[in-house]
Ligand binder design. Structure first.
Ligand code: ZN
Length: 357
């Protein structure tokens, strides 16, 4: 995710913080400072940090359960409205999906129980109403927030965890694509309710959540539909076959010229033997041009970890390889190793729009 920064690694996942999350901390701190002074500011910022530690624990619940099924989680990103664990893939077996979805809220139940039973924090759910009141019991508020996280995440609508459980249960009878469409529609209806409440109640956070829920539900529905199509076609049907390549020895000026002359926004880069050395993206090219001389080589700007699949591969296998490597494209090779095409997220999107279904 762009605009996010790595802060460390834990259990094999990189923990990232989105820039807007820091903005939220700044906003909360400044507001408390203006109304209650430095102590209130420190306490409110501490509260938000503890709250997000609970969110991180929730996401690790998903990640560690997914790992039991052999699925890695390359990164977990903190956003102002919650966490996002990017699983390498979603388990497609309904039972496994339910276990992964419930592992997150289960962690918050555990945190709540620990706070109430061990630390003796207040267990009064009514404290939720006083969450923004810095005067009340700190750990009692943290306990209440964990209960709120459980309830919010179990709402049976995408992209909440409850939506995944709902989808998995529907998928047992209806098939995955239809089940997802229903759970995603539920998510979008809910987004409208959140949006309405946010607008009438003047709550910017609720409006933000509404937009997030709406977009995420839409994305999940189209991704599942895509995967369903991708399963049945070969990579050959969706790949770009008319393209220009760049030699590894090309200069930035050569690449800039190729960018203008063609409609391509990424170029396969070939080594001396005609094999794939990597890809040069428009983004990397523009950055290199801004930093260096036009006569400089493209080599430092090349993305090297681009996977190569055989022309006989299925499209879903190619997309999974691209996703796992977090690469801008996946190259397609003929039996001799020659690159005969490549697939990007954008051209798969086009393929899906015109696909004969
Ligand atoms: Zn979750």
């Amino acid at each position: 995710m762009t605009w996010s920064f790595p802060v460390g690694r834990l259990f094999g996942s990189e923990l990232r913080v989105h820039a807007t999350f820091l903005l939220l901390l700044l906003w909360i701190g400044a507001e408390a400072w203006l109304t209650g002074g430095a102590t209130a500011a420190a306490e409110n910022v501490a509260f938000i940090l503890v709250l997000f530690a609970c969110v991180v624990a929730h996401e690790y619940g998903h990640a560690l359960m997914a790992r039991r099924y052999g699925i890695a989680t390359p990164d977990i990103t903190l956003l102002p409205i919650g966490g996002l664990a990017r699983l390498e893939r979603m388990p497609e077996r309904p039972g496994q999906e339910i276990a992964v979805a419930l592992a997150g809220p289960a962690v918050n139940v555990l945190v709540w129980a620990l706070l109430v039973l061990v630390l003796g924090a207040g267990s009064d759910v009514g404290r939720l109403a006083a969450i923004e009141d810095p005067g009340s019991d700190f750990w009692g508020r943290v306990a209440a927030v964990n209960l709120f996280l459980v309830a919010f995440n179990l709402v049976p609508a995408f992209p909440m965890d409850g939506g995944r459980v709902f989808r998995a249960l529907l998928a047992l009878r209806l098939g995955r694509v239809r089940a997802t469409r229903i759970a995603a529609t539920a998510g979008q209806v809910l987004a409208f309710v959140f949006g309405f409440l946010g607008l009438t109640g003047g709550s910017p956070i609720l409006i933000l959540i509404a937009i997030f829920v709406f977009v995420a539900a839409q994305a999940e529905a189209s991704e599942v539909a895509l995967r369903d199509v991708a399963r049945t076609v070969g990579v050959r049907a969706a790949m770009i076959t008319r393209f220009e390549t760049l030699p590894e020895t090309a200069s930035l000026a050569d690449a800039a010229e190729a960018l203008i002359r063609t409609t391509q926004v990424e170029f396969p880069v070939l080594d001396g033997g005609g094999r794939l050395a990597g890809f040069l993206t428009r983004q990397a090219l523009v950055r290199a041009l801004a930093e260096g001389r036009r006569t400089g080589p493209i080599a430092p700007a090349i993305t090297r970890n681009v996977p190569v699949v055989a022309i006989t591969a299925r499209l879903d296998a190619a997309l999974e390889a691209m996703h796992r490597a977090a690469a801008p494209a996946v190259a397609v090779a003929a039996p001799g190793g020659r690159i005969v095409g490549y697939v990007t997220a954008a051209n798969v999107g086009e393929f899906l729009v015109v696909a004969d279904r």
